[in-house]
Design a protein around this ligand. Structure first.
Ligand SMILES: NC(=O)c1ccc[n+]([C@@H]2O[C@H](COP(=O)([O-])OP(=O)(O)OC[C@H]3O[C@@H](n4cnc5c(N)ncnc54)[C@H](OP(=O)(O)O)[C@@H]3O)[C@@H](O)[C@H]2O)c1
Length: 364
């Protein structure tokens, strides 16, 4: 890296569930200025970003070289989370590669790639574990680290590997949304006795900030994060303990799962702008079948000792996360966790994912 310190960060995905806490952490003490890309600078979330201070919005799409250049130019850092649920796997790969290449050309000093595990490779190339939104990112994560071996003195790069947001397990319109059935909060998912290495979005803000603050050490790093591996029996027990209300996990076979709440989505392309007639496009069902198999069969590991070192105050258990979420929700006037998961509240509150807020619509 020509310089180990960055101060102006170009962010792709800033209005998203992941981008909001990342940008909040970057600008909290005014150390960094953020230029965030959004297709709509007037959206509720774009306005919320502007309200943080030290944030500006550049309007446009990441699927346009001129827009990417405009975004990178004048910045010295980049946080790039390309939305594979817009593009689909094939197009995501192309624009992620171009983002990295254009960032170097435009003089970025430190590049952070919002990544997911290359689950297919980690499973030993077993197609039962194919999830396009994981492999699309994971292949590029590896590619960036390989490029970085040559380019690290010109532009440093780190890969930031997250995982399913913990928040999704208590939100509407996600693959693990719960339902209150006969007064019992119930998760019906095809997880067997496996576990999901869920991540806390607030901790993502901390880790992203750490990567920019520690760019020398982070150069060439794949920072793989999670709270812990969360079995859903443990999730249900922790929910009961924290709220005092009953909860349960019902292991559900894949056919039953896909004939349940997600049946309308099953045949749709996982990426809403991907062409379902393109043989490379995965349907929701195929994509998230692989996703659940990854967790059910323990394909993904984490180095929790490293995370303890990097983030000593990190959230270390699902119970601690639920307790914190309950307190935060009460403080913000959203009510207790138990109140929040009641159907009349769950489906009324603003969706966690921007994609759900936008009804899976929007341009590429
Ligand atoms: N859901 C999870 O648990 C999870 C966990 C880790 C990683 N991920 C990955 O994160 C990505 C999505 O981010 P998210 O989780 O924050 O979802 P999200 O809340 O739906 O946000 C999507 C973000 O992508 C931006 N975006 C979409 N299409 C764009 C385009 N053509 N040009 C510029 N920006 C565009 C949106 O910005 P505007 O709408 O303002 O343009 C928004 O900031 C996906 O690739 C997903 O695989 C998801």
């Amino acid at each position: 890296m020509a310089s180990s310190t960055t101060s102006r960060i170009f962010v792709v995905g800033g209005t998203g569930a992941q981008g909001l806490p990342v940008i909040s952490a970057l600008v909290a003490d005014r150390k960094y200025t953020v230029r965030a890309l959004s297709r709509d600078s007037t959206s509720r979330r774009a306005k919320a970003l502007l309200g943080l201070g030290n944030v500006s919005i550049v309007e446009g799409t990441f699927a346009d070289e001129a827009v990417l250049r405009e975004g990178f130019r004048g910045c010295d850092g980049a946080y790039i989370n390309i939305d594979g649920f817009n593009t689909g796997e094939k197009t995501e790969i192309y624009w992620a590669i171009r983002s990295y290449e254009i960032a170097i050309e435009e003089g970025i000093q430190f590049f952070v790639y919002g990544n997911l595990d290359y689950a297919l490779k980690k499973s030993g190339y077993d197609s039962r574990f194919r999830a396009g939104h994981y492999d699309g990112k994971g292949r590029i994560g590896e590619w960036i680290l390989t490029q970085n071996q040559t380019n690290k003195d010109r532009m440093g790069a780190a890969v930031f590997t997250t995982g399913p947001y913990m928040e999704m397990a208590i939100s509407a319109m996600t693959p693990m949304s719960p339902m209150v059935e006969d007064g019992i909060l119930t998760w019906r998912v095809p997880l067997g006795s496996g576990a999901v290495p869920h991540v806390a979005l607030d901790d993502c803000g901390y880790y992203a900030r750490w990567l920019f603050d520690n760019a020398e050490r982070a150069n060439g790093m794949d920072l793989e994060v999670a709270i812990e591996h969360v079995g859903y029996q443990k999730l249900a027990e922790a929910f009961e303990k924290v709220t005092g209300h009953p909860a349960r996990y019902i292991d559900t076979d894949l056919d039953t799962y896909w004939n349940g709440a997600l049946r309308m989505a099953a045949a749709l392309p996982a990426g809403y702008n991907a062409d379902i007639n393109d043989k490379s496009t995965m349907s929701f069902r195929d994509n998230f079948t692989g996703f659940w198999n990854v967790w059910k069969h323990g394909v993904i590991q984490r180095d929790y000792a490293l995370l303890d070192e990097i983030h000593p105050n990190r959230i270390r258990s699902v119970e601690a996360w639920l307790r914190r979420e309950d307190q935060l929700g009460r403080a913000l006037g959203k009510g207790s966790l138990w109140e929040r998961v009641q159907p009349e509240n769950l489906y009324k509150s603003p969706p966690l994912l921007k994609l759900s807020e936008d009804g899976r619509k929007g341009r590429l």
